[in-house]
Design a protein around this ligand. Structure first.
Ligand code: ADP
Length: 419
């Protein structure tokens, strides 16, 4: 009897047993049965022609379907399935055929199965090598970014500390020369130059001190009654001139919770919101819109600061909260050449996060991505505990993780929830 007829003899039991052994659930079973029938047809062709390559397309299809988690776990799904198919085929042959028939059929099947297994193993190996390489590439890029944020420290220290120092030195030298001969009025403008330099220097030194206080868990808060609506309006007022000079619009909405008294450190909260709002102004082109809004959540108040600026790519949305994680070009910071593409020292957001977390809250950003032409915008979300009395400061950190959990399980847009 020809090997093809022998093969056909075991086909019904073969399909039935393999489907039951390998597929679970009615839907999966149907698809799997169709796949097995296709496999069986190809197997018959391979045996008929003596060319095992007939099985290649189906093995290629099967091997190209691993999920990312299969790949991460290093699962060898297809070789495992093929192994099982071959072992069960062998059992069926022994059960259904005479010894001689079994010998003939197995002899014909072994080279075809061996070819199929080798092919599947090679594809799986290539797929997992490609996957591992892409994972390694991603890790390498992340490490390079972190490395860059460390070397940003040097760039920031060089630029942000040396520039105002140079200004102060220059103005002081000019003042020294001029005071000897010039009328007294000249001294005022020179003093203004010196004061500007001192202000910039003080700001960056203060930020560096704040960052080290936060890093060492030493930020202490003076809890007092605070009304967020008032605080945010005060802040908006401070930015009035900046906003007007950029032709931007700032809207501060009244929201549930904005008029409620909570216990917080008003100065630190103001500083944290200020850092976020100043970024919104800085990274939004002229004519853009900034909106402050919010809502109450169980135990928390959420404030959102949304802009129509250049946006932040997904992979950078965590990095920007790392110190010196600024993404812009520091040297463009104060340049008149660009209105909104510059970077800063990269301390504003880590300080803001440190302050919110010390309150037992948290902050995160949502943005479709970074695009300086399309300007998809960014929305910063701040969660603050709805605290009606001053807490023990040591407990505040404990609440931080609770706030993060709530943040993760809460719909991202306040509008979704209110609708
Ligand atoms: P910087 O001093 O660089 O502004 P921050 O810590 O305040 O430092 O912000 C870190 C980085 O996050 C910025 O360099 C910028 O690239 C990005 N960023 C912050 N806020 C925004 C925003 N509203 N829109 C776009 N990018 C932003």
């Amino acid at each position: 009897m020809s090997v093809l007829l022998l093969l056909a003899k075991i086909q019904p039991a073969w399909i039935y047993r393999l489907t039951n052994a390998l597929a679970r659930g009615a839907g999966v079973r149907e698809t799997f049965e169709a796949q097995l029938n296709r496999f069986f047809d190809m197997l018959a062709h391979a045996m008929d022609t003596g060319d095992p390559a007939w099985l290649d397309p189906i093995i290629l299809d099967w091997s190209n379907s691993p999920t990312t988690s299969d790949l991460r776990a290093g699962e060898k799904n297809i070789t495992a399935v093929l192994n099982q198919i071959f072992l069960m085929t062998y059992d069926l042959i022994r059960e259904n055929l005479t010894e001689q028939e079994a010998l003939d059929l197995t002899g014909a099947l072994i080279p075809i199965f061996t070819h199929a297994l080798e092919k599947a193993a090679r594809i799986e190996m290539e797929t997992s090598i490609a996957f591992i390489s892409s994972e390694l590439f991603e890790v390498q890029q992340k490490l390079e970014k972190l490395d860059r944020s460390k070397s940003n420290f040097i760039a920031v220290a060089a630029h942000e500390l040396k520039t105002p120092l140079t200004l102060i030195e220059g103005y002081a030298a000019m003042m020294h020369d001029i005071l000897r001969s010039a009328p007294n009025g000249m001294a005022d403008s020179l003093m203004e130059g010196i004061n500007n330099g001192i202000r910039r220097l003080r700001a960056i030194v203060d930020d560096m001190i704040d960052v080290s206080l936060i890093d060492n868990n030493m930020l202490s808060l003076a809890f007092q009654p605070v009304w967020l609506g008032q605080l945010l309006n005060l802040l908006a007022n401070e930015f009035k001139d900046d906003i007007a000079s950029r032709n931007q619009r700032l809207t501060v909405r009244k929201f549930p919770g904005s008029e409620q008294m909570i216990f917080a450190d008003p100065e630190r909260l103001y500083q944290a919101f200020r850092n976020i709002l100043s970024n919104a102004v800085k990274y939004t082109p002229d004519g853009g819109q900034i909106t402050i809004d919010g809502r109450t959540l169980p135990g928390f108040i959420e404030v959102t600061i949304a802009d129509t600026g250049i946006g932040i790519s997904l992979e950078d949305q965590e990095i920007i909260f790392e110190k010196f994680g600024g993404l812009g070009n520091v040297s463009l910071h104060s340049s008149g050449k660009t209105k909104f593409k510059g970077g800063g020292p990269g301390l504003g957001l880590p300080i803001a996060r440190g302050i919110f977390e010390a309150h037992g809250g948290t902050v995160w950003v949502e943005s479709e991505g970074h695009d300086e032409v399309r300007c998809p915008g960014s929305t910063f979300h701040v969660l603050l505990p709805l605290r009606t009395e001053a807490p023990d400061p040591k407990l505040a950190k404990l609440f931080g993780s609770q706030a993060r959990q709530i943040a993760e399980s809460t719909p991202s847009s306040p509008k979704d929830e209110q609708a």
